[in-house]
Design a protein around this ligand. Structure first.
Ligand code: ADP
Ligand code: MG
Length: 382
């Protein structure tokens, strides 16, 4: 087990910067997920930790040792890829044993470690099979097993579930979490573009900015616990990336800001109160109200807005209502209980409770929410 430190890490391909100024410590035993849209540099950052890419600037330390120029094999890391990269001509047993045999580990130890990994990964009955006789999920478990038997201080995963179908993805995700819990809790960095994987697996999430955007602040959009990113996104990008369906954004103007409470007039005319401290802005400032589909509900119990229904999706456990927001191509999405059914064109009244609202300034930066922290279940401050 070892911690990983990135200090002002930078990566360019030629003149093109891909990773800018990443500072991060992955603590011993921590499960850290790098997430972000395709092309934002997640794999590049992971491969720099593994030693498969040079580091253009900054420092990488593993277990307190500077690793910038250390060969991959000497970093004490094991990596699992999306493509399983198994040896097709070797049995599952020999795939698992390969690295140890190469390192001349004695036969009895090899067998013990392979058997233990196979037991944890439910592969014991498949040890004689070749990879082509395995399902995708089983192949990925062999790839994970090959990393486990090396007993690395650091586990690195690059989108290990992407090739699996939906049901298997959920099951394997659960198994990866269990392995982390049961198998000595190696420090883990896990790359995915899927925010659900990030939310369910991570102790801490590092959300990277979209690759193309040239942003002053560097590559990191936000780093924190899953619920911190969900409840206190630092900016509109984070707010939109975490959560599904996406957060709704409604443009408006700040009318008044008091301690812990802001009044906003939407461009569509309604006035809303939000539990947000907006005192750093002047009245009249342009703002955007954010509200998650699961935090709005049909009804007029609290402050509400009314909009015509454009479309709905009935999923059984819930119904998604798509309302006309007044902005083209940007319906206002409501997650309603599954029994809700509305006729097309019907005007739906929607309550927008003040504690559920987020507020962003004209740069897209979040204003501080004043909802009691206990209600937001914020664990382990960084
Ligand atoms: P992600 O894993 O988040 O999808 P990558 O780390 O693979 O993103 O890539 C980040 C960016 O770096 C992309 O814009 C990609 O085109 C670019 N890139 C990756 N590898 C190279 C390379 N060898 N040469 C030039 N550009 C590269
Ligand atoms: Mg990638």
């Amino acid at each position: 087990m070892a911690n990983i430190e990135l200090r002002a890490v930078h990566k360019s391909y030629g003149a093109v910067p891909v990773i800018r100024n990443v500072d991060l410590e992955v603590r011993e035993g921590e499960f850290c997920v790098f997430v972000g849209p395709s092309g934002c540099g997640k794999s590049t950052l992971l491969r720099m930790i593994a030693g498969l890419e040079d580091i253009s600037g900054g420092e990488l330390l593993i277990g307190g040792q500077r690793m910038n120029d250390v060969r991959p094999a000497r970093r004490g890391v094991a990596m699992v890829f999306q493509s399983y990269a198994l040896f097709p001509h070797l049995s599952v047993y020999d795939n698992l044993a390969f690295g140890m045999k190469l390192a001349k580990v004695d036969e009895a130890t090899v067998r013990r470690k392979v058997d233990e990994a196979a037991r944890v990964l439910h592969l014991s009955h498949l040890l004689d099979r070749k990879p082509k006789a395995l399902s995708g999920g089983q192949r990925q478990r062999v790839a994970i097993g090959r990393a486990i038997v090396r007993e690395p201080g650091v586990f690195l995963f690059d989108e290990p579930l992407s090739n699996l179908d939906a049901a298997l993805r959920v099951q394997t995700r659960f198994e990866i979490a269990k392995i982390h819990r049961d198998f000595g809790r190696a420090s883990t960095v896990y790359v995915t573009h899927d925010q659900v994987e990030a939310m369910t697996l991570a102790d801490r999430i590092l959300l990277l900015n979209a690759g193309e955007a040239v942003l002053k602040e560097g590559s990191v959009a936000q780093c924190g616990s899953p619920l911190e990113l969900y409840h206190r996104p630092r900016n509109r990008f984070v707010a939109g990336f975490i959560g599904s369906p996406q957060m709704n954004f409604l443009p408006g103007t700040l009318v008044a800001a008091e301690a812990g409470q802001a009044t906003v007039r939407l461009d569509s005319g309604e006035t809303l109160l939000a539990c947000v401290d907006a005192r750093r802005l002047a009245a009249g400032a342009r703002v955007t109200v954010g509200v998650r589909p699961e935090h709005t509900e049909p009804g007029t119990a609290t402050q509400h807005i009314a909009r015509p229904l454009q479309w709905q999706e009935r999923l059984g456990e819930s119904t998604y209502l798509y309302l006309d927001s007044g902005q083209p191509e940007q319906p206002l999405v409501v997650k309603a209980p599954g029994h809700v059914y509305a006729a097309a064109g019907q005007r739906i009244a929607l309550s927008l409770p003040a504690p559920a609202l987020h507020l962003f300034d004209d740069q897209g930066l979040a204003l501080e929410r004043s909802v009691p922290v206990a209600d937001l279940l914020l664990p382990q401050a960084a």
